[in-house]
Design a protein around this ligand. Structure first.
Ligand SMILES: [Zn+2]
Length: 408
């Protein structure tokens, strides 16, 4: 064996399996048992909490500072990417072994640099440019001239079926692992409203079709119920935000096996600290209603058996004590404290459920899975806030974080 993690109290991504040893060879988990085998490297977990590495299934590696997203247009990508590379280190230190970037041009370069071993950090699953309609959420500002918006925005524009097919093929050609679309207005865009549907059924269906041809899927940003429903009927697989979903739509999600990423962290952040961190005026005006309603939506989603996954939607550095890039376990905490999930359900949302939804071979401590494992000096099933007490991070079978520092 190459690596043994002994004597930990193991949560395997689904349930607590008690005191167990985990053995790793060639980056994969090869045995989970009470047996004793020797290994080249040994970690004694000393009755600490051992679980799969955390997953943030909705992040934006934009590399901007402060709450005004317009900086994506006004700061050069070659500078933003350097800051985002630092975020990846912070995320690894915080116990994240995979993040899914839900729309950002520089994330594709970051993913490549990670895979080539040039920089360190969690695995990155990336959408590249998200797809927006004209006068859509992906424009952020609707006052700048349209031509400027098309050139400088982080989004790919499409209007009409032909144009949507082209946009989908273009982002896939750029290297997207999945396709992100905006199916309603949003909070941080200027003049659309969260309840406005965006893109038509035919347009979304055309994008889903292109994704499915290359064995991937579409993730849809959707707040309002009508736009969300159109996206679900058109075949998207993960629904992001879902703040204004009605019961019938949640039942349809269960039926069609569409997962919900409630992104409680970004809403809490804008609601509590928006003004302080410089969120644009329109964002401050729109946050209250969506933030208020999402707590009920999560409770209802749980009741109807919809799979809930953990994603912060953090996309900028705040410098705040409570919520900032690198404290992304806050979503797990909020799923319990605001969403009414049990700690075990929130841990599942942050590991196994997220891994299944985004299609990675991790998120669970079972034979054949990637050895992405963390050790916590605390018990997050008793107090979910103890999830922040990470002592070790193993990624692909390699010890990459020990006692708050990155190795190698
Ligand atoms: Zn987002």
């Amino acid at each position: 064996m190459e690596l043994a993690i002994r004597n930990g109290i193991v949560f395997n991504g689904k349930e607590i399996i008690g005191k167990t040893n985990i053995y790793v060879r060639e980056g994969k988990i090869v045995e989970v048992s009470r047996e004793d085998h020797s290994a080249k490297m040994e970690i004694d977990a000393k009755d600490m909490f051992v679980m799969p590495g955390l997953i943030d299934a909705h992040i934006h590696l934009s590399g901007i500072k402060g709450g005004s997203l317009l900086k994506i247009m006004f700061e050069k990508p070659e500078y933003r990417v350097l800051r985002a590379a630092k975020w990846l280190e912070k995320l690894l230190l915080a116990g994240f072994t995979t993040v899914r970037d839900c729309g950002e041009t520089v994330s594709l370069a970051l993913k490549r640099a990670l895979n080539d071993g040039i920089i360190g950090g969690p695995k990155v699953i990336a959408a590249g440019k998200p797809i927006t309609q004209t006068f859509g959420h992906g424009e952020l500002s609707h006052d700048v001239p349209l031509e400027f918006s098309k050139t400088m925005s982080f989004s790919e524009f499409c209007d009409g079926m032909e144009s949507c097919i082209h946009a989908a093929r273009k982002v896939l050609r750029d290297g997207a692992d999945f396709i992100k679309i905006f199916a309603t207005g949003g909070v941080l865009s200027q003049r659309d409203r969260p309840e406005h549907p965006q893109l038509s059924y035919e347009e979304i269906r055309a994008i889903v079709n292109e994704a499915e041809k290359v064995n991937t899927y579409v993730a849809a940003h959707a707040h309002g119920d009508r736009g969300a429903r159109i996206a679900i009927e058109a075949g998207v697989k993960t629904l992001e935000h879902g703040t204004l979903l009605k019961d019938e739509t949640l039942k349809l999600m269960k039926e069609k096996n569409v997962t919900l990423t409630p992104t409680l962290t970004i809403q809490e952040l804008i609601f509590k600290y928006g003004k302080q961190i410089g969120v644009d005026e329109w964002g401050l005006q729109k946050i209250t209603s969506v933030r208020e309603n999402i707590a009920n939506v999560v409770r209802k989603a749980k009741e109807y058996g919809v799979t809930i996954i953990s994603g912060t939607d953090l996309g900028f550095e705040t410098g705040l004590e409570e919520i900032d890039m690198g404290k992304n376990w806050m979503e797990t905490v909020l799923l319990v404290e605001r969403g009414g999930l049990s700690p075990i359900e929130a841990l599942r949302a942050s590991t196994y459920n997220a891994a299944m939804a985004i299609g990675i071979n991790a998120g669970v401590i079972e034979i054949g899975k990637d050895a992405d494992i963390i050790i916590i000096n605390g018990d997050p099933t008793l107090n979910v806030r103890e999830i922040s007490k990470i002592t070790h991070v193993v990624k692909n079978g390699k010890l990459t974080v020990e006692n708050k520092s990155i190795k190698g």
